[in-house]
Write a protein that binds this ligand. Structure first.
Ligand code: GLA
Length: 374
């Protein structure tokens, strides 16, 4: 196969196109595909360019992302960002009546300066709420009307502030219970307001910015029982004409799952809802989620399991080829964190290495598998 060398003179989009048609094919071609790509490394083309005809490619960012190496990588590879935690209620709404947007605004400015789309995460997640939020000045638990008023004020504050920047919000996060027999999680929000706190949040968000895309975001869609409950919730919202536009599938996965069949079944079920779909928090750990199993498997890794990286590459390859097939429904794929330098899952004893870039912010082999559209 003819090798093509790219120079600075090539506009990146042409390089991307040529690479797509030249670099694909049998596994023998993979090495030359990778070499060709390595030659383009200095050109400003990245994952976002390879996926231009599919969906925006995002990453979650935090203050550390503004450092030289990470910010350079983000600008090159991604065209969308989500603030990892800085827009969560407890991080901005620090005390009654006092919001602190300083840290979040720095990241929002970075996104604006670099033309990155911004997803808002999240307006309502019971896990990220300080004690005082559900209490009055005397420490008494708020009643339904009081808590709804507080929610409304919070949603208005957030959505109005970022109206011209944030195009999509995860309005409610993880409201469905992971307990098989429970429907909506019995969080303080559910217990004080009732199940309809979810619908109310969507209404408040829509009133504040009618043009924002409003998402319900959750995990464990791969589990058919959990998925059924999410579908039940979304259908109920739609039936009541609640403004909901998208489904956020978090996608904290691993080399042990999901299988291709499970992923397809999940997407087939979710597409039937007729809403946009985004993969909002993608990572593929080298370890299973369950701690006990993780320790067992991690030991295998320590002993030097040569298959681990290959399994990750295969898993990512499978995930992205399936996602490309569903591009009609998918309006964004966002990785949770940027490179293996930092993953939210890491512990001092265990690195999960779940992303496409290594600890030195360099493309891993798996990266080339994800942009190799066979
Ligand atoms: C969930 C949340 C995110 C984040 C991750 C872990 O998936 O939606 O906000 O907290 O867990 O970092």
């Amino acid at each position: 196969m003819k090798k093509v060398k790219f120079s600075y003179k090539f506009p990146s989009i042409i390089s991307v196109f040529l690479l797509a048609i030249i670099g694909c094919g049998s596994s023998n071609n993979r090495a030359s595909f990778k070499t060709n790509l390595a030659n383009t490394d200095t050109i400003n083309s990245g994952m976002k360019d390879f996926y231009l005809d599919y969906f925006p490619i995002g990453a979650s960012i935090a203050p550390r992302s503004l450092n030289d190496q990470e910010s350079r990588l983000i600008k090159k590879e991604f065209n969308s960002v989500t603030l990892e935690y800085l827009l969560q209620l407890k991080h901005v709404y620090k005390e009654p009546g006092y919001y602190d947007f300083e840290a979040a605004d720095k990241l929002i400015d970075f996104a604006k300066d670099n033309n990155l789309k911004v997803r808002g995460h999240s307006l309502c997640w019971h896990d990220q709420v300080p004690e005082w939020y559900i209490k009055d000045k005397s420490g008494n638990i708020l009643n339904r009307e009081q808590l709804l008023a507080r929610h409304k004020n919070h949603v208005e504050t957030m959505v109005n502030r970022y109206k011209n920047t944030i195009y999509a919000w995860d309005v409610v996060n993880e409201a469905i219970s992971n307990e098989p027999k429970e429907y909506i999680e019995k969080s303080p929000f559910q217990q004080i307001i009732g199940d309809d706190y979810i619908a109310k949040m969507f209404e408040y968000a829509n009133q504040s910015d009618p043009s924002a895309k409003l998402f319900y975001n959750d995990n464990n869609y791969i589990n058919p029982k959990k998925r059924k409950k999410i579908i039940r919730l979304v259908n109920a919202l739609k039936k009541s004409n609640i403004p909901i536009h998208g489904i956020g599938i978090q996608g904290h996965w691993s080399i042990y799952g999901p299988t291709e069949k499970e992923l397809r079944e999940t997407l087939d079920d979710i597409t039937k809802l007729g809403l946009e779909i985004q993969i909002t928090e993608l990572d593929v750990s080298l370890h299973p989620k369950n701690n006990k199993e993780r320790e067992k498997k991690a030991l295998l890794l320590l002993k030097g399991n040569p298959n681990q990286e290959e399994l990750q590459a295969k898993q990512y390859e499978m995930i992205f080829s399936v996602l490309r097939e569903y591009k009609k429904y998918i309006t964004g794929v966002t990785f949770w964190n940027v490179s293996d330098y930092y993953s939210w899952m890491d512990k001092p004893s265990i690195k999960h290495r779940p992303l496409l870039f290594d600890e030195d912010f360099k493309r891993k082999d798996v990266y080339f598998r994800v942009i190799d559209f066979k």
